[in-house]
Write a protein that binds this ligand. Structure first.
Ligand code: 9MR
Length: 537
């Protein structure tokens, strides 16, 4: 993968009394003993320079596969970096396996989980109806699914949304993790490991659909559990609320899955599509059921007072799967508004998923509408490429809120959508820049995916990682990243005066900067998988 870094990176670490900014860099072997390339530091270095093409006319060969460091006199050695054709493969597999580690209601044996083996927690076979569901007291069964994040709750909005992001990769590049590639319990069943893992979440989502077609908003304890292992978190679990956004999101993800799982298991695909239709009927008849936490519930809200983008996403998936006019008409009445940028958070990103899906179906989508959606995606992606080119760490974001690392990955997903329309190398390069930012080219000098890179988060806000007695956190989980709002500042020691991109703390209590979450891993997985698929092409 190309690497580019700013001259500021080298100057930042320079000795203030030293000889002044260095002018030369060296690529050395891992041990630093021999120089394999050298070059001149410019304002920007790019891969071409690092590979020696510019540095010396005689050094025109790409670096051989292996591990290297960069040495800059007066600054020192960089962390090691690897040259390989499939340099993102391990991170991709790691981030999908990160989802496996989030499985609720299932023991993780050492065969699949290694030293992170653990007992099952949260069977969720006797879940109470909270009064906010409109049900009389009683129980139902809602097992399985992934824990949302560092907490042990399961939220429909943030189950369906990442499922949509993950399935997008399958639709865009084909099966990125075939049978027996992930070492999960289903490996060897003759079916895609990738789809097996996502099915674990879909199966749970299906259980959250009430008889009337609406989806309970979440399955949760009344308050967040303590920092204990799953099996030790035994407080009563409730289905809470029933919402328009959760139901539209489920309709979308289930309709998309009905397409993707058609070959995997036709009966399952039929079941998903029937469930999606019932969800669509409920949410279009209940457009104002916006979720807010009831007084006695303080866990994640996933609130959103606007369901336009969820509706567009559901209509787009149902239309792409069925081709039925009703869904197209609805899209005309509520077209997706593709959005990204400061002040636009994940609650609006479902419109982007709607656009991605419509653009995958030029055969179905009438030309004029197709062009309008395409135009939106390309205009936004081009602006993100421009932002990437002009930002300090070649990152596609200008503001850093809760889960900012996922914004970086979501921007890259938008750029990928443009790339599928027009395979310009500028799009792939910008996606690689985004990935570089997440994997270490950032002012914290940290690879935000646990268990990868030279320095990665050690103290994520993640109950199993905090409670398992193992020093290293569960691997393959993406830290939320810098967050200028620091909502957790009472429990977290941020560096005083930290710049926005440094507003991140590798401390267990930092739920606002160092938690992990499904809808952060999912776009990371997409970007890693997409880059893997296009590398060398
Ligand atoms: O990702 C969510 C972020 O956008 C919100 O600002 C934040 C506060 O409501 O909640 C985040 O989601 C958390 C969820 O509510 C509970 N599980 C952990 C999620 C990630 O921190």
């Amino acid at each position: 993968q190309p690497i580019r870094f700013t001259y500021a990176d080298t100057a930042a670490g320079a000795d203030p009394l030293g000889p002044g900014p260095a002018t030369t860099f060296f690529v050395t072997t891992l041990d630093g003993d021999s120089t394999v390339r050298e070059g001149i530091l410019g304002d920007t270095l790019d891969w071409t320079a690092l590979a020696g093409v510019v540095a010396r006319p005689t050094q025109t060969e790409p670096l051989p596969v292996g591990e290297y460091r960069i040495f800059i006199p007066g600054v020192g050695y960089s962390y090691p970096f690897r040259v390989a054709d499939d340099v993102l493969h391990d991170a991709f597999v790691g981030s999908v396996r990160g989802l496996y580690y989030q499985r609720a209601g299932q023991a993780l044996p050492a065969t699949y989980a290694g030293e992170y083996a653990r007992a099952a927690g949260h069977p969720d076979t006797l879940v109470q109806y909270h009064p906010s569901t409109g049900h009389a007291p009683g129980t139902f069964s809602s097992p399985g699914g992934w824990y949302d994040a560092g907490d042990y709750n399961k939220y429909v909005v943030n189950g369906a949304f990442p499922v949509g992001q993950l399935l997008a990769l399958y639709e865009d590049v084909g099966d990125p993790a075939p049978d027996s590639s992930l070492n999960i319990p289903e490996s060897g069943n003759g079916k895609s490991d990738y789809l097996d893992e996502i099915k674990y979440e879909l199966d749970w989502l299906l259980t959250m659909q009430d008889d009337d077609g609406g989806l309970f908003h979440k399955l949760t304890t009344l308050k967040f559990a303590g920092m204990v292992m799953p099996e030790a978190a035994t407080k009563t679990r409730f289905a809470v609320g029933k919402s328009t956004t959760a139901t539209f999101d489920f309709a979308a993800a289930a309709a998309q899955a009905a397409r993707v799982y058609r070959n995997y298991d036709p009966a399952y695909a039929d079941r998903l599509l029937a469930a999606a239709r019932r969800a669509w009927a409920w949410s279009t008849a209940n457009t104002g059921a916006f979720f807010v936490n009831p007084e006695d519930v303080s866990t994640g809200e996933y609130g959103d007072g606007n369901a336009d983008d969820e509706r567009a996403w559901a209509a787009a998936e149902l239309f792409a799967t069925t081709g039925e006019q009703e869904f197209y008409n609805d899209l005309q009445a509520h077209p997706p508004r593709v959005r990204f940028g400061p002040g636009v958070g994940w609650t609006s990103y479902m419109a982007n998923l709607a656009a991605f899906t419509l653009l995958r179906h030029p055969d179905r989508v009438p030309r004029e509408f197709y062009s309008a959606v395409r135009e939106q995606v390309i205009t936004l992606a081009d602006s993100l490429v421009d932002l990437t080119d002009s930002s300090a760490y070649f990152q596609p974001v200008a503001a850093f809120g809760w889960g900012s690392n996922s914004d970086v990955a979501n921007a890259a997903m938008l750029i990928a959508a443009a790339h599928r329309q027009n395979p310009r190398s500028a799009y792939v390069n910008a996606m690689r820049d985004a990935m570089n930012y997440l994997l270490g080219h950032n002012p914290n000098g940290v690879c935000y995916l646990t268990g990868f890179g030279t320095r990665s988060p050690q103290f994520i806000h993640h109950r199993p990682s905090a409670a398992d007695g193992i020093d290293a956190p569960v691997p393959g989980l993406l830290s939320g990243g810098p967050n200028t709002a620091q909502q957790d500042r009472a429990d977290t020691k941020y560096k005083p005066g930290a710049a926005p991109m440094q507003s991140w703390a590798d401390q267990t209590p930092s739920y606002a900067s160092n938690e992990i979450c499904l809808n952060w891993n999912a776009p990371f997985t997409y970007v890693a998988g997409y880059l893997e698929a296009v590398s060398g092409k």
